[in-house]
Design a protein around this ligand. Structure first.
Ligand code: UD1
Length: 387
């Protein structure tokens, strides 16, 4: 009798999920006689710049299902995903649901699956900022509690999970799928000079050609609070006098800048304001930057993998290895501390750092290997139960 093929329903929703699913789908496609992957997009991110360009650049297969939920408050978005996910799950009857990271789509789909008795696989489990004011922290803690298999990116994650009562045999340290994607695509990264020359006379071209910093901001704690956002943009304006800055602006941030009347702070030939960029454009800009200022989680990891100094504009990080071993310095949003960190990087070149264990481009391979063994175990259990 041919071995049963386990159907894994893979869920993506928001931009950071896309670079994480790419290597997993690629490895799945080589094991089609054991595992079959169906891709479902909740539609949390839907703009071409936030979704389509990533699927195209990373050669992610078009989703088999798109729930088309769009934006809303946390309650609306979470509820809408759950409502639309349930019938898809009933129809597909997968052996397991695989979710990634910490976005609203992650917890919504995990919660629907677990209540239907369908095992949940969580990729990037166990990260903790210990800041419950962060919506992602709630998503992380809850998703981990209801997951059957938990794949971690750094060793601190298993310690967090064990403290929360999750049993060791469910936890697998496999490395970082986001870094799989980075390594796989580095040779295709777009040279930042292309973006700079496209800006023409809007920016001071020779100044950018001699070195620049890269900025990203989108955390609600930074951008949804007018005082914090104004303070950060004022500080960025001042830093741009030392080092020109390229700033691809997230849609949430763009809305807030407009709403709070802060556009003027970014009008300078030493600041290149850009719309959200594709993966290969961001990779090129990160790789060649003298420093990166960010509140993103993924960018803290990517800069560590690239050996580029990162200054994190948050009070904490759920990815402590980037600060302990990598190039990351977590400074918060106090202007004096940000300035001191920038001065230090410009004077010394910043932390040298080293690439963390298992951030070697093989994380998706390890995940699929565990899943193959797990699905064999499930089959044996089912056969034993059937006598
Ligand atoms: C979400 C994730 C966050 C992740 C980020 C990456 C949650 C709780 N947060 O935050 O962890 O780091 O994605 O981008 O899931 N919008 C558009 N076009 C889009 C999508 C969103 O214009 O394609 C605008 C909408 O006005 C929306 C706002 O951005 O209201 C925020 O989108 P949302 O998905 O709620 O959260 P993000 O801030 O993107």
């Amino acid at each position: 009798m041919p071995a049963k093929i386990a159907k894994i329903l893979c869920v993506v929703g928001a931009r950071p999920n896309f670079m994480k699913i790419a290597p997993i789908m690629r490895v799945f496609s080589r094991h089609q006689n054991t595992l079959s992957a169906t891709l479902l997009h909740t539609g949390q991110h839907y703009d071409a710049a936030m979704k389509k360009s990533f699927f195209e650049q990373l050669h992610i297969p078009e989703p088999d299902i798109d729930l088309g939920v769009g934006s809303g408050t946390h309650a609306m978005q979470t509820a809408e995903i759950m409502l639309r996910f349930e019938p898809a799950l009933d129809r597909l009857k997968p052996a397991a649901v695989l979710v990634l990271g910490d976005v609203n789509s992650t917890i919504s789909c995990a919660l629907v699956a677990v209540k239907k008795g369908i095992p949940v696989i969580h990729v990037e489990a166990g990260l903790r900022s210990y800041d419950r004011g962060m919506p992602e922290e709630i998503n992380r803690v809850l998703t981990d509690q209801i997951s059957d298999l938990l794949f971690t990116t750094e060793r601190s994650a298993a310690a967090n999970l064990l403290r929360e009562g999750i049993s060791a045999e469910r936890i697998h340290f496999v490395g970082n799928v986001m870094i799989d994607t980075l390594r796989y695509n580095l040779a295709r990264a777009v040279e930042p000079s292309t973006l700079f020359s496209a800006a023409g006379s809007e920016i001071d071209q020779p100044v950018f050609a001699s070195g620049y910093g890269l900025v990203t901001l989108h955390r609600p704690s930074n951008v949804d609070n007018p005082t914090n956002l104004k303070s950060l943009l004022t500080q960025l304006r001042s830093i741009s006098e030392q080092l020109p800055l390229a700033f691809p602006v997230h849609p949430r941030t763009a809305q807030r800048i407009e709403e709070y009347g802060l556009n003027q702070l970014l009008c300078s030939p030493r600041i290149l304001r850009l719309p959200p960029q594709g993966y290969l454009q961001m990779l090129g800009m990160m790789q060649h930057a003298r420093l990166v200022l960010t509140d993103s989680g993924g960018i803290q990891e990517e800069t560590t993998a690239l050996g580029v100094p990162c200054i994190t504009l948050r009070e904490n990080t759920e990815r402590p290895i980037t600060a302990d071993e990598g190039t990351n310095t977590v400074v918060g949003i106090d202007p004096a501390k940000i300035q001191a960190a920038v001065d230090d990087v410009l004077a010394t070149g910043g932390k040298r750092g080293r690439v963390p264990e298992y951030w070697d481009g093989q994380a998706a391979e390890r995940i699929v290997e565990v899943l193959i063994n797990w699905s064999r175990g499930q089959t044996h259990e089912a056969e034993a139960a059937a006598g």
